[in-house]
Design a protein around this ligand. Structure first.
Ligand SMILES: [Zn+2]
Length: 184
């Protein structure tokens, strides 16, 4: 999911140089020496859900990845937000695509700045309406885990681990907050 620095101009294909643009901008940008296009690169949004089932949300749905990176590791349903959708719509779409789950969207649960790779991850809570799943091609298996069953050493991403830890911690307290986490 890491985005390498831009190498070639998106307009004319010439190799770009990273430098301060001539317009007074104070950040280095990928500038094209041929057509002078300045390329602005900004963080991408990753949106997903914490789908829960059972008494007081005792079980969480995880998906075993059938794609790289982290093939075979477990994750919450999540992926890159698409143009033309809201964050909640994107999270719901990913949950449908990756798990084939029936659910109702609930409140925003976690906002995570993954500064090193230029991403912002947003997770919403979602109430499952059925424990039957029909995962798509990106998922080997979709299944429910209680807190004790979570395969902590087999979780695909730090953001997912942080989100699950906070979910079970809030569940024990009996109320769900909105968590902001900076991963630098
Ligand atoms: Zn160019």
């Amino acid at each position: 999911m890491h985005r390498p620095p831009l190498k070639h101009c998106r307009v004319c294909g010439t190799a770009v140089a990273y430098r301060l643009p001539d317009d007074g901008d104070t950040k280095e940008r990928a500038v094209c020496p041929a057509c002078h296009t300045v390329h602005y690169e900004n963080p991408l949004n990753v949106v997903g859900t914490v789908p829960v089932w059972g008494e007081n949300g005792a079980q969480v749905l995880l998906c075993k990845r059938n794609i790289e990176p982290r093939w075979g590791k477990w994750t919450l349903p999540a992926g890159f937000m698409e143009m033309g959708e809201t964050t909640a719509q994107g999270a719901a779409r990913e949950t449908d695509e990756e798990a084939g789950a029936q659910f109702e969207m609930q409140g925003l649960f976690a906002i995570m700045n993954v500064v090193r790779v230029g991403q912002v991850h947003l997770f919403y809570r979602a109430q499952l309406l059925s424990a039957e799943f029909s995962p798509g091609h990106e998922t080997i298996e979709a299944r429910l885990f209680t807190e004790a069953e979570i395969p902590w050493d087999e979780i695909a991403f730090h953001t997912v681990k942080h989100t699950l830890e906070r979910y079970f911690s809030d569940r024990r307290k009996g109320s769900f907050g909105i968590h902001t986490v900076d991963i630098v």
